[in-house]
Ligand binder design. Structure first.
Ligand SMILES: Nc1nc2c(ncn2[C@@H]2O[C@H](COP(=O)(O)OP(=O)(O)O)[C@@H](O)[C@H]2O)c(=O)[nH]1
Ligand SMILES: [Mg+2]
Length: 356
């Protein structure tokens, strides 16, 4: 699961990437290197943290999201300055826009205008998609004497009748409502404006307590969801001890580091959920798609468990916390026996019985 971090140069992408993933890549007043960085962030999860306290395991393994820091898009150069090959394969986009002013750090767009920058990036994604779709349609029209296969005809119609008109109207494809079959086809095309997108607004330190995503037109109808952060503050928080963090956040009037919200929002936007396995050895979160059944969940751990699946013992994380042991949950009939087709819920604690 990978999220691409993108935006104009010098908006704070790399500083946020470093904080999200505890990395140490160069940030700076000059566009640094133009290199792409990849690293992993742990998904903060209070439920899992509480299970850790209960079980005191040797090993603790939260879910993760991988972030790719992609060099800035230069305004005017458009899609050519995008690392298209890298962007095509990511599952979601994190668009960083700048709302902080600093005369020392020139802004690529001239004036500070987050709304305009959001529109600029969307336009770049739409233009890149447009040329991909046109090329694909051209190829599909060259099916030769044999004529198009039903699959090719299906693709052609979706592209020509739905996708292309949307792009020409300037609509990012993520806004389209498609049926399951069309959505699957669309994912196959790896178009950029179709990917789920979260906008991170990097505001001045003084504004961080009061700024709201809605101010920037985010989180409303037709607009992507947004989170407001201050990159230097987030970096500072990440360097504090847990105790110092609590105080610092309270002074700022924040309930939690904003980046925790960024990571959780990224995770949820990809349509995934976590189930947990617990024990003295390890307390761990596993990532599956929403709607996956117990057999899929078993496969996420190991193909042997999927193949030899007998049943799943399932209890909600909150019930387990309340009763403290799986045995007590069993006694109170809160630990259920489920079969292969059970749809796993977010926060389920699962123990698999299997046979190899
Ligand atoms: N004053 C101020 N400077 C920032 C803020 N966020 C990032 N910077 C600075 O902006 C410059 C560019 O940051 P960087 O993360 O390299 O941006 P990128 O080009 O988008 O990767 C660096 O000098 C950062 O220290 C902010 O919120 N306020
Ligand atoms: Mg950078």
């Amino acid at each position: 699961m990978q999220f691409g971090i993108l935006g104009l140069p010098k908006v704070g992408k790399t500083m946020l990437f470093n904080t999200l993933t505890s990395s140490d890549e160069a940030t700076g007043k000059f566009e640094a290197g133009g290199k792409t960085h990849v690293a992993v962030a742990k998904v903060p999860d209070e439920r899992l943290a509480k299970l850790r306290e209960l079980f005191q395991p040797k090993k603790y393994t939260p879910a993760t999201v991988e972030y790719v820091d992609i060099p800035g898009i230069h305004k005017g150069e458009g899609a050519e300055s995008l690392d298209l090959a890298k962007l095509k394969t990511v599952d979601g986009l994190l668009h960083v826009v700048r709302a902080f002013d600093d005369p020392e750090i020139p802004h690529a767009g001239g004036a500070i205008d987050p709304g305009a920058d959001i529109a600029t990036l969307d336009l770049e994604l739409i233009l890149a998609d447009h040329s991909l779709v046109e090329r694909r349609l051209e190829r599909l029209s060259k099916s030769g004497k044999r004529g198009p296969t039903p699959q090719e005809e299906h693709e052609r119609r979706l592209l020509a009748e739905t996708i292309l008109p949307a792009l020409e109207a300037g609509t990012p494809l993520r806004r389209l409502t498609l049926d399951a079959d069309e959505a699957r086809l669309l994912r196959g095309f790896q178009l950029l404006s179709a990917k789920p997108m979260l906008v991170v607004v990097n505001v001045a330190e003084a504004d961080v307590a009061d700024a709201r995503p809605e101010q920037f037109g985010l989180g409303q109808e037709n607009a992507p969801p947004g989170v407001v952060v201050s990159a230097p503050i987030e970096l500072e928080i990440s360097r504090l001890s847990e105790l110092e963090q609590v105080e610092f956040l309270r002074d700022l009037g924040l309930a939690e580091p904003s980046l925790d919200r960024v990571i959780r929002a990224s995770y949820e936007m990809l349509g995934v959920i976590s189930f947990f396995t617990v024990g003295e050895d390890e307390v761990r979160a596993w990532t599956i798609r929403r709607g996956d059944v117990a057999r899929d969940a078993a496969g996420a751990i190991h193909s042997d468990i999927e193949r030899g699946f007998i049943r799943a013992e399932v209890v909600g994380w909150d019930d387990l916390l309340r009763l403290r042991t799986l045995a007590a949950c069993r006694e109170k009939a809160l630990l259920r026996l489920e079969g292969k087709e059970y749809v796993v819920a977010d926060g389920d604690v699962v123990h698999f019985r299997f046979n190899v």
